[in-house]
Ligand binder design. Structure first.
Ligand code: IPM
Ligand code: MG
Length: 372
């Protein structure tokens, strides 16, 4: 019996997670997978009522779960950043979910690209470091040394900028930080992941021609790891990668990408595979509590209208099942999505006429029919 935390969150998060749970129920009817789901009221409503985001109590309850199934957060009544940082980013940090797995698969015939060549890119986005840490952090030696060094760099930068300007300018800057520990575990995960998919190399995306410090260190460690695993390593600058994803997506398999560039490239990836409604996302701590979510947001403009495409939530449930040791059941969900697309059983964003719930029912029907 798996113990799942269910966090529908805001907007269409509730509608698509309802479908996701029906789908998990259908899976449990026909397989050895079994679960209980505890609902957590985390999101904008509670925040607006009590001011609470992700509380210590939430965290200690979530810690006891096998995995978290998450809908979406975001509400036009709340200033941007508050819910994202206080809930989603905090969750990733507290549970140290250092890998963000985002598959980009061509769901033919949805692919908006002119070249109809199938592709299956698996993005592994580093999920805890880079420009997502807030300013400051630690590197080499003690925390104190790190802080002194950061301050010195800030001072030099400020002096340089001041001498260039006669005005009393304002300055703002953000620190992107990568640690040896963070890069090493990221690289280990990426090479093992590619190996498990039968691939002989991985691609590492960066901007090492500009941000030479952080991405230089990352390259060095990935090179060491490539040798250790006896695997190939290709480098791509992020701007070139954005182009390559459009002109030759079929040439990529496992792609490791730092946090901020990964955020951007995986939205591009969602579009080339058929839209945000088709992207599942796993925030993974291989030894801890992982969280699975559709990559889309709360879409307040269509919330409550039963128009939301639940497929991304179904694909997130697929990842959850695989992560929890049920790969065959996960594959069944993948095939159920194929079945819906092949039969035009889709929501309006994919040209269909069905509601969120009706797509859910079609997925469940497919699963129940797999009973042997
Ligand atoms: C994502 C989202 C988040 C991110 C936001 C909501 C903080 O865009 O999951 O990709 O930047 O990671
Ligand atoms: Mg994003």
């Amino acid at each position: 019996m798996k113990h799942l935390a269910i966090i529908p969150g805001d907007g269409i998060g509730k509608e698509v997670i309802d479908v996701g749970m029906e789908v998990l129920d259908a899976v449990s009817e026909i397989s050895s997978f079994d679960y209980d789901g505890e609902l957590f009221d985390i999101g904008s409503e509670r925040y607006l009522g009590t001011g609470e985001l992700l509380t210590d109590e939430d965290i200690s309850s979530l810690k006891k779960k096998d995995a978290i199934y998450f809908g979406a957060i975001g509400d036009p009544r709340v200033k941007p950043g508050i819910l994202e940082q206080g809930i989603l980013l905090k969750m990733r940090a507290v549970f140290d979910q250092y890998i963000n797995l985002r598959p980009v698969t061509s769901w033919f015939p949805l692919v908006p690209l002119k070249r109809e060549v199938p592709f299956d890119i698996h993005f592994l986005r580093e999920n805890t470091e880079d420009f997502y840490m807030g300013a400051g952090g630690t590197f080499g030696g003690s925390r104190k040394n790190a802080c002194v060094k950061v301050r010195r760099e800030m001072y030099d930068l400020e002096m340089e900028l001041k001498t260039k300007s006669s005005n009393n300018d304002d300055f703002a800057f953000e620190i992107g930080l990568l640690s040896r520990k963070g890069i090493t575990r990221f690289a280990d995960y990426a090479f093992n992941y590619a190996k498990s998919r039968g691939e002989s190399d991985i691609t590492l995306v960066d901007k090492a021609n500009v941000c030479t410090h952080i991405y230089g260190l990352q390259r060095t460690i990935f090179e060491e790891k490539a040798e250790e695993y006896g695997m190939g390593l290709k480098f791509m600058f992020v701007d070139a990668m954005a182009m390559a994803m459009i002109v030759r997506p079929e040439t990529f398999g496992t792609v490791a990408v730092p946090n901020l560039f990964g955020d951007i490239l995986t939205d591009l990836g969602a579009q080339i595979q058929g839209g945000l409604g088709m992207g599942g996302s796993g925030n993974i701590n291989p030894k801890g509590v992982s969280m699975f979510e559709p990559i889309h947001g709360s879409a307040p403009d269509i919330a409550g209208q039963k128009k939301a495409n639940p497929i991304a939530a179904v694909l997130a449930a697929q990842m959850l099942l695989e992560n929890q040791g049920y790969p065959e059941e996960g594959m069944m969900l993948h095939k159920s999505v194929r079945y819906c697309l092949d039969n035009g059983l889709t929501t309006p964003d994919l040209g269909g006429k069905l509601t969120t719930d009706e797509v859910g029912k079609a997925v469940c029907r497919y699963i129940l029919n797999q009973k042997t």
